[in-house]
Design a protein around this ligand. Sequence first.
Ligand SMILES: [Zn+2]
Ligand SMILES: [Zn+2]
Length: 326
Amino acid sequence: MAIGHGRAAGRGRGWYRGDCHVHSVHSHGGELTAEQLAAAARAAGLDFVATTEHNNSRGHEDWLRYAGDDLLVILGQEVTTQTGHWLALGVAPGQVVDWRYGVRDDAIGQYLDHVRQAGGVCVAAHPYAPYPGGTLMYPYRWFDTVEVWNGLWASDLPWNADNEAALAEWGRRLAFDVARGRWRPAMGNSDVHLEGQLGTPHTVVFAEELSSDAILAGIRAGRSWIAESAAVELAFVATAGERSAGVGERLESRGESVAVRVRVAGVPSGVVSLHTERGTVCREQLPVDGGFVEWRTTADEAGFVRTEVRHPDGRMAALSNPIVVN
Ligand SMILES: [Zn+2]
Ligand SMILES: [Zn+2]
């Protein structure tokens, strides 16, 4: 569900940038109003945001006045359970999802199912947040996507050890899950509470249009990558013969050689790496003004390929969901 849902169809098929973990004054520690956040979203080059207050829906009404054809607002909540937080994206106006349980209770499943059945997406939030109750103790596989990059716990340093740990677990699980036909995409959000945080990082989603349903479908399918800022551009494609596939899609190689190409802009001297179920298979540094990396493989060698782009000091600038190869 979104504010403005049903009004004139959004912009067409394309890539949209958005931050799906946003707190206003209605969350503990949140200092910004919806008006300030909406202005910040537009200034940061975002096309959509999700309002995700802690265990309340007061942001739903607040954001009404600030959504527009240029800024979609998806209704959500951050559900802060006793043993980890999750994001419910695409809830009904005014809906509040229960948060009063932990991993020892047989409770979370019904709330996850309820959100999914209404067309929403359930996100495992900041899995390695280093404080009691913030560390996610439920398995990733219970959620639809995993927030492997959360900006808050690194607000003075937009990439840190907690994100690195979340990414490592996701990557290991991905190798297992892709082989079994159902994998959980990664996403990145700022978890903004204070000025200057919104959009660092955010998720860039391929969608049929700028609507809540279409954006959530793109997130669920993993047709997305994570950007440190709107200055970062990434194009990631695999081809075999005449066929090609982009992020979140499946490439039918039919036994032919597979060419993987990553083009990057906005990351001076960025280091591009490629990852498969065999681990890191390629690492190359780009020139200061960007460029591309090409790598060849086969379906026998790689059941999927995903990419990371880091600054020369190791901080993440962009990371993608996989292209599945068979
Ligand atoms: Zn949280
Ligand atoms: Zn949060």
